[in-house]
Write a protein that binds this ligand. Structure first.
Ligand code: ADP
Length: 329
């Protein structure tokens, strides 16, 4: 294996078919990181238990997400792709870390406060401990680099503090302080042009949708709200379609849209048609690979099982070192 810069860990809850926000905010970066880092990508089903009421879709959502990751170019032969609950040592490390975690620090985190507001009927122990489990994920695999959006920064800082507390308490250096790597495209807006693209808000564009479905979603996109008539000049700077043109269209097309929108040379319908065409062209190879891999679903489960084996080898080693450091009998 060529020399790599370090080890990346990233986890995402099993949310099923991925959307453009997941792609630009996470997956695209996951794919690129593989060239420079040894990557560990985890479908964090245990984290999902802190918020979901029902688990009936967990298996299917795990499968669909893994399929999207593979189709998008995450390489099972290089990277470790696995399901969090398949490597139970994470629960063990979570317990050890909880002993060096002040409770007040967890309840003070803005992410906890927000979740507690969102689900006042279900403020469970696991929800409070979510950052401890996230720290356990990262530390179990001794990842030094964690690619995350800016909203996750307090959790990475928390993981670093846990490392310092643990290593200080047990006079060891077995745990590694991870560094945060901010993602290039932190927030993709939904088709409403207002809120972050998200499945729960139903403002998303699925990667695995058909061309026709994608075009239909794109045509529903909200553009510059000041531009009400075809003859009104528009402002691309406040238009979500334009920001996505910059990702999926050629520089010439972006320049054309930028000029023609401002002088009402093209209308929003035409602009969206062009974007839909380019987006579909970009996603065509992904969709083809997805269909190919999806013909044999067992292939996906096999990849996840190989990932489990490789992840478990690292996890067992870390847990042995951690137990020795604590001096457990
Ligand atoms: P999780 O809560 O496990 O992070 P999500 O499905 O919300 O699950 O997100 C998975 C990944 O996709 C995360 O890295 C997240 O930052 C990214 N992501 C999700 N939605 C968007 C969006 N609208 N814009 C940018 N990134 C996004």
């Amino acid at each position: 294996m060529p020399h790599k810069k370090g080890r990346v860990f990233s986890g995402a809850r099993p949310t099923g078919r991925q959307h453009l926000g997941n792609y630009l905010g996470a997956i695209k970066n996951y794919v690129a990181l593989q060239d420079e880092y040894e990557c560990v990508y985890c479908i964090v089903d245990l984290h999902a238990l802190t918020t979901v009421d029902t688990t009936e879709n967990l298996r299917q959502n795990t499968y669909e997400m893994a399929l999207d990751w593979l189709a998008a170019g995450i390489r099972a032969e290089d990277s470790i792709i696995f399901v969090q609950s398949h490597v139970p040592q994470v629960a063990e490390l979570h317990l050890f870390l909880s002993m060096v975690t002040p409770l007040g620090k967890l309840t003070d985190l803005p992410t906890f406060k927000e979740k507690a507001r969102q689900q006042p009927h279900n403020v469970n122990y696991g929800l409070v401990g979510y950052p401890v489990l996230m720290a356990a994920d990262i530390l179990l695999y001794k990842a030094d680099t964690v690619p995350v959006g800016i909203d996750q920064e307090p959790h990475i800082e928390f993981a670093r503090e846990v490392v310092r507390s643990f290593n200080f308490r047990y006079k060891t250096n077995v745990l590694v302080e991870p560094q945060m790597k901010a993602t290039e495209f932190p927030k993709v807006l939904g088709i409403d042009g207002q809120q972050k693209m998200s499945k729960s808000l139903n403002n998303h564009i699925e990667l695995a949708a058909t061309e026709a479905e994608t075009t239909q979603r794109v045509m529903q996109m909200v553009t510059d709200p000041q531009r009400q008539r075809r003859s009104d000049p528009g402002n691309p700077e406040v238009c979500n379609v334009f920001s996505l043109h910059k990702v999926f269209s050629s520089p010439d097309e972006v320049a054309m849209v930028n000029i023609e929108c401002r002088r009402a040379g093209i209308g929003c319908v035409q602009c969206k048609q062009l974007f839909a065409r380019n987006l579909n062209a970009h996603l065509a190879p992904f969709r083809q690979r997805r269909a190919e891999i999806g013909r044999d679903p067992q292939q996906v489960w096999d990849v996840l099982d190989q990932g489990r084996q490789r992840a478990a080898a690292i996890a067992e080693q870390t847990i042995a070192e951690v137990k020795a450091a604590i001096a457990l009998p």
